[in-house]
Ligand binder design. Sequence first.
Ligand SMILES: [Zn+2]
Length: 334
Amino acid sequence: MTISYDITWDLDPTARGFRGRTAVRFCGTPSHAQLAASHLRHARLNGRDVPWDGARVALDAAGELEVDADFAWADDRGFRRVRADGATYLYTLQYPDRAPWSFCALDQRARSEFALTVNAPGLVLASSTETPIAPYALAAAAGPWEQVAEQVYATGSRAAQRPDGEAVSRRVREAIAFFEDLLEVPFPYGKCEALFVPDLPHLAFSSPGLILFDDAVLDALATREPLYATTVLSHEVAHAWSGNLVDAEPWLVEALATYLSRLATEHLLPGTDPWQLPPNAPWPDRPYAPHLARVRAMEDALGRPALLRALRTYFRRYAHTDAGWAEFKACLRE
Ligand SMILES: [Zn+2]
């Protein structure tokens, strides 16, 4: 099923909610689209009204669905609205299945084409949409963000942290160059912006071309050891390949991103041992230790050169598609 979305968001941070218009063209015969709006202005399939039951828009044909609706700000889905240093900032939280809180969505895992128009005061940052991406991977942010370094943005009060911003910018570029060289697959998107947002419910979210980090990461960069910063930044950059370029089961996505980030850290911080993390130190990828152990077992069995060959094949062969453990295992056997 080919799906193409044209989304327009009108975001006024002082309003009680926001307006989202979705024009989605699709073939195939899905029975419904998902829409978690607070109010529907209209939903029309090929020009005629179709019913919405509060969660689903019923579909009975392929073609073009036009939905014009109002949405509420929410803490954990759709658009999150946060106050920081006297200003209001907006950013999306779509992962893993929360797109319908900001636009009308068909299959939330299906890679789709996106055209995005964001009408909002301040600076607007959004995912790269030059290649098909899944609805949950689409991210956008609007507000009086300040640029703190090349392709690095943060809230106004963080603008003073220019040295940290420059360190982020440099590390991100170094990680990209390392992975391009290692994987022999170019960075898949036209840009790699890092945006530090207040109160992100997770530590970070890597969308194609736009990585959201929680503000706390910026503080940690200033106060913690370089091993921490390099591991966190290179993990999120690695998701450009593992997760965004090729999506798979969550454990495999995290296993490969964690493994790749360890390789990057080993290279970027010579003399450190990223495979042996300080015990008891809060380390964000610690929950992925069992996943990483599986990849390390493959490395032990095959040797690192063979594992890297399989990774190169996997990311090249399945670029811009979803390919899970079965496909990766086949690459390992070649
Ligand atoms: Zn991750």
